[in-house]
Design a protein around this ligand. Structure first.
Ligand code: ZN
Length: 395
């Protein structure tokens, strides 16, 4: 129930660096320790020549300047400071923020993908087939174009701006920033280059979140899914009781992984709010139900969740009665839990999709609601989380 849509779309092999070659039982292009690398000369040539696009380069300059400035200060202090931020980390002031979060977050993700996939080609060019390199290079070119158009495309949609709170965490585990969250990345994920490429995308999405989102997750678990051929493959899940967000990386979900991640973070936010502010969740739910339209086909498929659950419960009771069985305590508990979940499942799923949207990752092609309805939904989300831009300081 807590899953995102089940992927059935087949990926083209050409664009997918992580597929199993025909007849291979190894489950991927790469095996353990099978890194492969180009000559250092080649690498250096490439790095000095290739531009990653104006949008990327401007930002990269800011990042480099920040690190230079920091080092200068540090040297002046004779290396006294204890606040050591690794050079791979993005300082707070260069993380996504501002009045319209989704725009800045999407830019950050595109830059991160550009970096991660360029490094991937660089590191594995001897292992990759020419058409794979071509496929990834084409993707990188697209990121550059997208990066220059994020703002323009967002303005075209004419949807309300949504700000987000601060992103300040500096502790990190395997490059994932956090405060108290425990980060667990399965060994197989780190060892398989193609899967690592996907976990880099999750890392980017996670690091671009505001603190308050990350703080809801006690455990972040990133696993490699073996269910390559299963139709019931689940991209991710959120466990309310243990506050564990699990992501199952699978080549089939490559293009959905960030969306899956933000969707599950949405469930974390919803359950937290329901616990702390049930009346606000109720008000949000009322608006979504009255509108009767939710962001995507996926969330819309839960429109009649409550009615469907009632019906299946009735059928179950009828069958048990007809067979002369009694319903035991455990079964009653499960029925009760299902009833409770079904009651606001539609709003809950709608909220998760909105969460993906405001964090900058709900592709336009997935949006089912009209711009007018989307506006209403986003305003309901904004109100729920009290995300208003202060007007006083603008005057
Ligand atoms: Zn869901």
């Amino acid at each position: 129930m807590w899953r995102l849509w089940q992927t059935t779309r087949k990926k083209k092999l050409e664009n997918n660096p992580n597929h199993a070659p025909k007849g291979s039982s190894k489950g991927g292009q790469f095996t353990k320790g099978d890194g492969g690398s180009g000559s250092d000369d080649d690498k250096d040539d490439k790095k000095t020549v290739v531009s990653k696009g104006a949008g990327y380069d401007d930002w990269k300059k800011k990042l480099t300047d920040w690190h230079d400035e920091r080092d200068k200060k540090r040297n002046a202090q004779k290396n006294k400071d204890t606040d050591i931020i690794p050079s791979t980390e993005i300082p707070e002031e260069l993380r996504p923020s501002g009045k319209n979060y989704r725009v800045e977050a999407e830019k950050a993700r595109l830059r991160d993908k550009n970096t991660s996939e360029t490094e991937f080609i660089d590191t594995y060019k001897d292992r990759l087939r020419p058409e794979q390199i071509k496929g990834i290079s084409a993707q990188i070119e697209q990121y550059k174009k997208d990066l220059d158009n994020v703002e323009i495309n967002d303005k075209k949609l004419d949807l309300p701006n949504i700000p987000m709170k601060a992103n300040t965490h500096t502790k990190n585990t395997d490059g994932f920033i956090h405060d108290k969250s425990k980060i667990t990345i399965q060994k197989a994920v780190k060892e398989n280059p193609g899967t690592k490429l996907m976990s880099d995308r999750v890392k980017s999405a996670w690091n671009n979140l505001p603190d308050e989102h990350r703080n809801l997750v006690d455990n972040l678990v990133i696993k490699q899914s073996r269910a390559v051929k299963s139709r019931t493959y689940n991209g991710g899940s959120w466990n309310r009781d243990t506050k564990t967000l699990t992501l199952n990386l699978n080549s089939r979900s490559q293009d959905l992984i960030e969306h899956n991640f933000y969707h599950e973070i949405g469930h974390a936010r919803y359950s937290d709010m329901k616990l702390k502010n049930p009346e606000k969740i109720e008000a949000f739910g009322k608006k979504v139900k009255e509108l009767g339209i939710s962001p995507t086909n996926y969330s819309q498929s839960y429109r009649n969740a409550e009615r469907d659950n009632d019906e299946s419960e009735r059928n179950y009771r009828r069958k048990m009665k007809a067979g002369g069985f009694t319903i035991n305590v455990l079964a009653e508990e499960i029925l009760e839990k299902n009833r409770r979940n079904a009651k606001d499942l539609y709003e809950n799923e709608a909220h998760s999709e909105l969460n993906s949207y405001v964090l900058g990752n709900l592709p336009k092609r997935k949006v089912f609601a009209s711009p007018e309805s989307m506006k209403k939904l986003l305003n309901a989300y904004k109100e729920l989380h009290e995300l208003w831009v202060s007007h006083q300081c603008l005057n």
